[in-house]
Design a protein around this ligand. Structure first.
Ligand code: NAP
Length: 289
């Protein structure tokens, strides 16, 4: 692409940022949709507040925020979207009058990714494995999208209890039930949409799953792993072994980027363009299937 006097800049703030796929998404989208925009990663090791202020002073259109700054960035925002505020984490900054507005497109991205696979949350019985930052956001999403009942299972029960208490209070109904991970045998009869939101199985620990017992996987009607490295996780393999569909988190990553791009540019990205970017992401990861 040609960089000229009208080129807008967007970027990513994080530490580390070396392995990010976000430039593939945003520079790819700029190419597909014809926006005069360049996206670069910024490795921020200290001075997060200065980085945000500096970005604004440099007329940067928008930023993504990744680990470890998704909570820490909140005090440096001009305003915050209500969903991001409830979740307590921001991954997208959108330039507004006087400063940036914070959004959480990880969760709206997960929702759009699930929709693209035909997975629905409304009135579903859902298991969330994990109670860290991502699982907490998934719990808010499930509640806000009208899930029927959600069990949140975590190794440290206190974290699952804290998330359940907070979500139930926020939505004014007992939608979330906390459980110790090892208590999965006490789950009620039936089959569940199961969202794997722990870090177990992440590359290079590719041969691990947070629950190994095959009996558990007979309770899963659809498996959704937030991890996308490796492309097919052990959790996904265990779900597939029971003849059930399983998905990784790459489309979640794709759509969180697409929604950020739409917010920055005031456009709607077509599903055709989304599919083209998805292919580019897979190629970048060395996946040929
Ligand atoms: P986090 O806050 O560090 O939480 C980690 C979770 O994993 C906790 O629930 C932790 O349980 C659990 N865990 C870790 N080791 C475990 C073990 N050996 N046995 C049982 N449970 C274990 O991490 P996070 O930010 O929530 O991220 C979780 C995963 O989601 C990561 O793999 C990340 O890559 C992925 N993610 C993907 C996307 C995407 O766009 N696709 C976006 C965000 C996150 P305890 O509380 O008991 O320690």
């Amino acid at each position: 692409m040609e960089i000229n006097g009208q080129t807008r800049l967007c970027g990513l703030i994080g530490n580390p940022v070396e392995h990010t796929l976000s430039p593939v998404i945003h520079n790819g989208l700029a190419g597909e949709t014809g926006q005069n925009l360049v996206y670069v990663p910024f490795h921020v090791t200290t001075g997060l507040g200065e980085a945000v202020k500096g970005a604004y002073a440099l007329n940067i259109l928008g930023m993504n925020v990744t680990v470890p700054y998704k909570q820490a960035v909140i005090p440096y925002l001009q305003t915050i979207d209500p969903l991001a505020e409830a979740i307590g984490a921001v991954n997208t900054l959108v330039r507004t009058e006087g400063g940036y507005k914070g959004y959480n497109t990880d969760m709206t991205g997960l929702l759009r990714a699930m929709y693209s696979e035909g997975i629905r949350i409304r009135e579903e019985k859902i298991l969330i494995l994990g109670a860290g930052g991502a699982a907490r956001a998934v719990a808010f999403l499930c509640a806000s999208e009208g899930a029927g009942k959600v069990w949140i299972l975590n190794r440290s029960i206190e974290k699952a209890e804290a998330v359940a208490e907070e979500v139930n209070r926020h939505f004014g109904r007992q939608i979330l039930e906390p459980m110790t991970l090892s208590d999965y045998t006490k789950l009620p009869e039936g089959q569940f949409l199961t969202i794997q939101a722990t870090s177990v199985g992440l590359s290079p620990a590719e041969d691990e799953a947070v629950i190994e017992d095959e009996a558990f996987y007979r309770k899963v009607h659809t498996g959704y792993d937030l991890i996308y490295r490796p492309f097919t996780t052990k959790f996904m393999k265990l779900v597939q072994k029971q003849g059930r569909p399983a998905y990784n988190g790459l489309k979640m990553l794709l759509y969180q980027g697409i929604i950020a791009y739409e917010l920055w540019n005031g456009i709607t990205v077509s599903e055709k363009n989304a599919a083209q970017i998805y292919q580019k992401m897979k190629k970048e990861m060395g996946i040929h299937e």
